[in-house]
Write a protein that binds this ligand. Structure first.
Ligand SMILES: NC(=O)c1ccc[n+]([C@@H]2O[C@H](COP(=O)([O-])OP(=O)(O)OC[C@H]3O[C@@H](n4cnc5c(N)ncnc54)[C@H](O)[C@@H]3O)[C@@H](O)[C@H]2O)c1
Length: 319
């Protein structure tokens, strides 16, 4: 039985990934510091569900390597997802992004280096801010416009120049789905529509995102994790890779909003405001590289939003 150690396992992607690896017959271990950046009850709910499958989450911080060294030593692979993850929030609180995303990641990396444990880690589409679209993995990132973006670009540099034999960075594109993040658009817009509050719409609605359903993200994570356990095809066996994981299509922000309204059968009120300085106007994933390993996303926004709204209504008991 293979063992995967997941950091940030009480988070949205960590939770869904842990469930999937368990279903696939892996032993799953992991950690989370359960910080209260967003409603921590959601993290405890995810933990309770994972506990039901026999998966335990160590309550600890990635900045404390002694607390998880043994777990990495006993793992075949590390899936490193723990982070602060919001570009606009990073504009207000950059230090969290330095402490957790850069310093914390360095601690994980150093322990993994001791045992040469392969690491799959979360980067982000936003490292490509300002580059010609669609974004691919061979064009070089330039200047990220917020601390979140440059912390994720730092992670890519940290792993690219590490002593690890194998590491792979994943650039996720706007992930959404059940048990999602309350600080992200889908959750916030759903809350606002149901509470009859105005939806804050940045850049007067003129934004496009490559929205990616969490099951498609997990499909990509599993493919890349299987791949990292195979010998690298390089002459010395050493390999650092980057992959985009997106749906591969752009959706206008207002079309996304209308999809939520349709599923809630209610119309929202909009507060149209200028762009936030941490925003990027458009994202779009070129997923050719991951497709070559068998990746095929299956969930368009029409289906994914329906799944989210149906989960939300049940979870929060909304009629
Ligand atoms: N959700 C997206 O759209 C998206 C897009 C691009 C990249 N990512 C990246 O994917 C990863 C997972 O994101 P998510 O959406 O599941 O976010 P999330 O906030 O739901 O999950 C992150 C988890 O990490 C934990 N954590 C934070 N700091 C920690 C620390 N110092 N020690 C231990 N645990 C800590 C948090 O408590 C949280 O449960 C992150 O690295 C994020 O940057 C996400």
């Amino acid at each position: 039985m293979k063992t995967i150690f997941i950091t940030g396992m009480a988070g949205m992607i960590g939770f869904h990934s842990a469930k999937k690896f368990h279903e696939l017959g892996w032993k799953v271990t992991g950690l989370d510091n359960f910080n209260d950046y967003y409603d921590v009850r959601l993290k405890y709910t995810r933990e309770a569900i994972l506990n039901g499958f026999g998966i335990e989450i160590a309550h600890t911080d990635i900045q404390e390597p002694d607390s998880y060294e043994e777990l990495i030593k006993n793992a075949d692979v590390v899936l490193h997802l723990a982070a602060y993850a919001n570009p606009r929030h990073s504009f207000e609180e950059p230090q969290h992004y330095i402490d957790t995303n850069i310093t914390g990641t360095q601690r994980i990396l150093e322990v993994a280096e001791q045992y040469d444990t392969p690491v799959v880690y979360a980067s982000s589409s936003c490292v490509m801010h300002g580059q010609p679209l669609p974004w691919n993995e061979h064009d070089r990132p330039a200047h990220q416009n917020n601390a979140y973006g440059w912390s994720k670009r730092s992670n890519e540099c940290q792993f690219m120049h590490s002593k690890l034999t194998r590491s792979t960075g994943l650039r996720f594109f706007t992930v959404y789905g059940p048990y999602g993040r309350p600080d992200m658009a889908l959750f916030k817009f759903t809350d606002a529509i149901l509470e009859d509050n105005a939806l804050t719409i940045y850049n007067f609605g003129d934004m496009k995102r490559d929205f990616t359903y969490v099951d498609d993200i997990v499909q990509g994570v599993v493919i890349v994790t299987d791949d990292i356990l195979k010998p690298a095809k390089t002459s010395d066996g050493v390999c650092h890779e980057i992959y985009n994981i997106g749906y591969g299509e752009q959706v206008q922000l207002m079309d996304f909003v209308h999809e939520i309204e349709k599923n809630l059968d209610r119309k929202g009120r909009y507060d149209m405001v200028p762009a936030h300085p941490a925003d990027t106007p458009e994202t779009w994933a070129d997923t050719t590289k991951l497709e070559a390993l068998g990746y095929k996303p299956t969930t368009p926004v029409s289906e994914g939003v329906r799944e989210f709204v149906s989960w939300y209504k049940e979870y929060y008991n909304v009629n």
